[in-house]
Unconditional design. Structure first.
Length: 133
């Protein structure tokens, strides 16, 4: 595990795990996926506690659907995909993420500007996790 190598080097550092907004919520047919992302989030918190004394920060980003070739291949960007349209409807910003929407927060969390940030799971979801009525 990279964290152990970082600990051995003794220079601290930062790790950002990539999870999903599905770690915060559920959807029919996505049970195993949601559980796996919840596990990534819990691992992030556990690693933050374990490696924090070594000045190693561990965080997670939790994006919504990201406009990638994989999302396109899975049909998540199709106008007739009911699951995707329901997600957009429940998202205050009314769109899915572009890759840069995920990259920029990761770069922040890896930077010294986030020197006091560890153990968080950061939704990058246009407000989907707010669960408003």
């Amino acid at each position: 595990m990279i964290a152990n190598d970082m600990k051995t080097r003794g220079k601290g550092g930062a790790i950002v795990n990539v999870s999903s907004v599905m770690g915060f919520t559920v959807a029919p047919g996505y049970g195993v996926y949601c559980a796996s992302k919840g596990a990534v989030d819990q691992l992030t918190r556990s690693m933050a506690v374990e490696f924090g004394p070594c000045n190693i920060r561990v965080n997670s980003v939790n994006p919504t659907v990201v406009r990638t070739r994989m999302a396109e291949k899975e049909g998540l960007l199709d106008k007739d995909n009911e699951f995707a349209q329901n997600m957009i409807k429940r998202t205050p910003l009314k769109r899915f993420a572009d890759p840069e929407d995920v990259i920029n927060p990761i770069l922040f969390l890896l930077s010294d500007k986030a020197a006091m940030v560890t153990g968080i799971t950061l939704p990058i979801d246009g407000g989907l996790a707010v669960n408003y009525v």
